[in-house]
Design a protein around this ligand. Sequence first.
Ligand code: ZN
Length: 315
Amino acid sequence: MFMERRRALVIGMLTALIVLPAAGAPKAPALAGTPRPEAAPVAVRRAADPGPRFDPPHAVPPPAPATAPGAAEEALRAYTAAGGPRPAVVTTARAVLVGEPESLLREIAAEVEPGIDAVSRVWGEWPRRVVLFLARDRDHASALAGTQAGEFAAIASGGDRVVLAPGPFGRLSPAGRRVVLRHELAHVATRAANTPSLPGWLLEGFADYVGYRDAGIPVPVAARELAEEVRAGRSPERLPGRAAFEAHAARLPQAYEEAWLACRMIADRWGETVLVRLYGQMARDPSETTLRRVLGIGTPELTRLWREHLTATLW
Ligand SMILES: [Zn+2]
C-alpha cells in the first residue's frame, strides 16, 4: 500500500530537472548476509490488523517529544538481524536512523525533524517518533519492510518505521527525497487513523498532499504523466481505489497524481482542516453519508469538481 516504485523515480527525475541536480547516487552497498524473509506483506498485515481505533487527531494528548529510551538499540538490532557490518546510527530529537552510507543517512537525518513538523502542521497531534532504516540493498529493504516488494524507494512498513531503499531513494534529487520522506512520515502520522476501508485516493493522496505541500514544484511537472493524458483528452473517470496503488498497477504514477490532486483540490476548496476531518471520518466509515456530511456533496459532484481541477491545473 505504500509502494513508491515508479512514482518515486519519477519524482526524482522531475525534481532533478527543475530544482537541483540530483546528488550523486551512493554506491550500492555490498550484500551483507542473507536477507531474512520476515512477516507477511504490509497490505495483508494491515488487513488483519487495522491498528487502534481512530480518534480525532487533535484530541490525542501531546506525546513526549523525544525518542523513546532504548529505541536506538532496538532499531540497530532489527537492522542487523540479517547480519552484516555495523551500520551508522544517527539520533535526532524524535527519530532514530540506522543504515549506510552514513553520508546519505546524515542528509536524511537533517530532513527528518523539519519533516515531522511539516506533517504535524497539517495532521495535528501524533506520537511524532520515527525509526528510519536506510537499507543496505533491495533485499535488505524487503526484509526490513516485511514485504517481498520490488523497487520501492520508501515504505512506511508498520508502527513508526520507515524503510528506504538505497538505490531508488539515493537516486532522487534532494527535493525528491524531501517529498518522499514527508509522504512516508504522513503515513506514520496517520497510521492510527488508517483502516483497510479508507479509500486509496485518500490514503495516498493525503500523503502526497503533505509531501508536495511546501515543495514548490509546479503541478504539471509533478503530475507529468497525468498531464499528458489529460491534454490528450483522456481524463480519468473516477477517483483511484486501492487496487490502483498496487505495485504492478499499469498507471501507478497517474494514480498517485490523481489522488494527490483530489486532496489538493479539497484542501484548496474546503481547507486543510476539512481534508484532515474527511480522512479520519472516511477511515471509520467510507460511505456517501460521510462524504456528504463532511463536504456537503457526494461522489458524483466530487468527481466532477476533481475532473475540472485536473483540467484547470494540468492544461
Ligand atoms: Zn504512500
